[in-house]
Ligand binder design. Structure first.
Ligand code: F6P
Length: 461
C-alpha cells in the first residue's frame, strides 16, 4: 500500500502544533490523519521569503514528515490574502458583499498552484495516494495531471460550496470547476454543499450527474463527489483533558467566575463566525433579562486571523466596539459581563475552559462544519453536561440536531436560546448530550480519514 501525500495551504509545523484556535480545525485533523497513515504533508511554511531556489524544508516530528516551501511577498499578497481570502472565502461563505474580483490576484492564485505542483511532484511516488485540501488549491489536481501524475488524487473542501446562483458571479467559474473534475474523488463537509456542487455541474457544465451515487460524467471522465463530515480526534482530545494544563485551565475559569455561569465561544476572528451578531444577541439577553446579568459571564476567545485583509480588520474593529459598548453599559466594579481575549490556547487549555463552561456558543453565519461545536461537547462532564447553542447554518448542525439550534442573524433567537440553556434541567441536558456525543466519538477524524482514503483508493475500480 502506498503512502499518503497530503497537500494543504498551511502545514502545522512542529513549533506551531498544540496551539489551536488561530490555525482552524484543518491542521489538527490532517496531523491525526498522517500519524495513522505515514507519508508526507506538503504546503506553505507560513513564512515570507523571496528565495526562488525552490528549497523544500523537510522535517520529521511525531511520525509525521512535513515538507514546506516559503512564499514571496507578492505570492502571499495575490494568492493567500487576495484570491483565496478576498475572493473565494467570502464568496463560498455567501458574502457577495465582501467578495473582490481582481485579475492579478487570480493570476497569482494560478501561479502559486503551479509552484506547489512543481515542488511536490518529485516527492510523490508511484503508489502514493494524493489528498489535496481546501479552496486555496482547487486547480492543483489539474496541474499535477499536466505533469503526468497518474496517481489517485482526491480533493476535500473544508468550507461550504455556495449555491449556483452565487457561484456564477465568479469570473471564470467554469474554468475553476473544470480543474476540479480532474480529481478522482471530491469530498464535502455536508450534503448541502455536495448538492450545490452537483447542481452546478449539471446546470452550468451540462455534466451527467447521478445524484444517488455522486458520480459525475464529463467529457469522457468520471469523478465521484460525496459528503464526508469531518470529526475530531476524540482520543487525543480526551487525553488532553487528563493533563495538568487542562485541569489548571478549568480551575482558573471556575474560580474566576465563582457563582456565575460561564458561557464560552472560541472562534478565529472571522466575519463568517458571526461574532458581532453574537454580541448583539448577548446584549439583547441582558436587555430582556436585566436581573440575570449577574448570572452570566461570557468568554470570547478570538485569535486574530488574516490580519492583512481589510474585511478582517473591519470585523475586529466592529467586535471591539460592540464588546466595549456592552461592557461599558453593564459592568459593575466587581463584574464584567464579557471577557474578550485575542489569543489562541492549546487544546489542553481549551478542554479545561470548555469543561468549566455551562454553555457553548457556536453561531457562525455560515461554516463548512465547525469542530469547536464537537470539541465543546467532547469536554463535558457526562454527569452534568453543558448546553451547546449551535447555528443552524454550520455544517455541524446536520449531525447535531439535539443542540439548541439558532438563527445567528436574530438577536431575539439568540437571547431566547441563552435563556433556554441557562434554565435547562439536568435530565434534558443529559439527554441532548448523550444523543450527540456518541456520533462525535464514533464519527471521529480517524473514521473520516479512513473512509475518504478507502474510497479514493477504490474509486474508479
Ligand atoms: O478551515 C478553513 C481554513 O481556511 C483552513 O484551510 C485553514 O487552515 C484555517 O481555516 C485557518 O485559516 P488560515 O490558514 O488562513 O489562518
Amino acid at each position: 500500500m502506498g503512502r499518503l501525500v497530503v497537500i494543504s495551504n498551511r502545514v502545522a509545523v512542529p513549533k506551531a502544533r498544540g496551539v489551536a484556535g488561530a490555525q482552524g480545525g484543518l491542521a489538527g485533523a490532517l496531523n491525526s490523519a498522517l500519524k495513522d497513515y505515514g507519508g508526507i504533508w506538503f504546503g506553505w511554511s507560513g513564512q515570507e521569503s523571496d528565495d526562488r531556489t525552490g528549497n523544500i524544508n523537510m522535517q520529521r516530528h511525531d511520525g509525521v514528515t512535513t515538507a514546506t516551501i516559503d512564499l514571496s511577498t507578492r505570492d502571499i499578497d495575490e494568492y493567500y490574502n487576495g484570491y483565496a481570502n478576498s475572493t473565494l472565502w467570502p464568496l463560498f461563505h455567501y458574502r457577495l458583499d465582501l467578495t473582490e474580483y481582481e485579475r492579478e490576484t487570480g493570476k497569482g492564485y494560478e501561479r502559486v498552484n503551479e509552484r506547489f505542483a512543481e515542488s511536490v511532484t518529485p516527492l510523490i511516488e508511484q503508489d502514493d495516494l494524493v489528498w489535496v485540501h481546501d479552496y486555496h488549491l482547487i486547480p492543483l489536481g489539474a496541474r499535477l495531471r499536466e505533469r503526468g501524475l497518474k496517481n489517485r488524487i482526491g480533493f476535500f473542501l473544508h468550507i461550504p460550496w455556495p449555491p449556483t446562483r452565487l457561484f456564477v458571479s465568479l469570473p471564470f467559474h467554469e474554468r475553476l470547476v473544470r480543474t476540479m473534475l480532474e480529481y478522482d474523488l471530491i469530498g464535502f463537509q455536508s450534503d448541502e454543499w455536495l448538492e450545490s456542487f452537483l447542481h452546478y455541474c449539471r446546470k452550468e457544465l451540462g455534466a451527467e450527474v447521478d445524484d444517488a451515487t455522486g458520480v459525475i460524467s464529463f467529457e469522457g471522465r468520471t469523478v465521484e463527489a460525496r459528503a464526508y463530515p469531518i470529526g475530531i480526534d476524540w482520543e487525543h482530545f480526551q487525553k488532553q483533558g487528563e493533563s495538568e494544563d487542562a485541569k489548571g485551565a478549568e480551575q482558573r475559569l471556575v474560580s474566576s467566575t465563582r457563582n456565575r455561569c460561564a458561557m464560552i465561544g472560541v472562534d478565529r476572528l472571522d466575519y463568517s463566525k458571526g461574532l458581532p451578531e453574537r454580541i448583539d444577541g448577548i446584549g439583547r439577553f441582558f436587555d430582556q433579562y436585566p436581573d440575570r446579568v449577574r448570572d452570566l459571564v461570557y468568554i470570547q476567545v478570538a485569535p486574530p486571523s488574516r490580519e492583512d485583509v481589510e474585511s478582517y480588520q473591519q470585523i475586529r474593529a466592529l467586535l471591539e466596539q460592540k464588546t466595549g459598548q456592552i461592557n461599558g453599559a453593564r459592568s459593575e466594579v466587581d463584574l464584567v459581563p464579557i471577557r474578550y481575549v485575542n489569543r489562541g490556547y492549546s487544546h489542553a487549555e481549551l478542554y479545561g475552559f470548555f469543561r468549566a463552561s455551562k454553555i457553548g456558543l457556536v453561531t457562525p453565519l455560515r461554516d463548512g462544519m465547525n469542530l469547536v461545536a464537537k470539541e465543546y461537547l467532547a469536554a463535558q462532564d457526562p454527569k452534568d453536561p453543558g448546553v451547546l447553542i449551535l447555528s443552524r447554518f454550520a455544517g455541524a448542525a446536520q449531525q447535531m440536531s439535539e443542540a439548541v439550534l439558532v438563527n445567528p442573524h436574530s438577536p431575539d433567537d439568540l437571547s431566547h436560546a441563552i435563556k433556554t440553556a441557562l434554565d435547562m434541567p439536568l435530565e434534558d441536558r443529559k439527554h441532548r448530550y448523550e444523543a450527540m456525543v456518541a456520533t462525535i466519538r464514533d464519527d471521529n477524524v480517524q473514521a473520516w480519514t479512513k473512509q475518504f482514503c478507502d474510497d479514493l483508493r477504490g474509486s474508479g475500480d
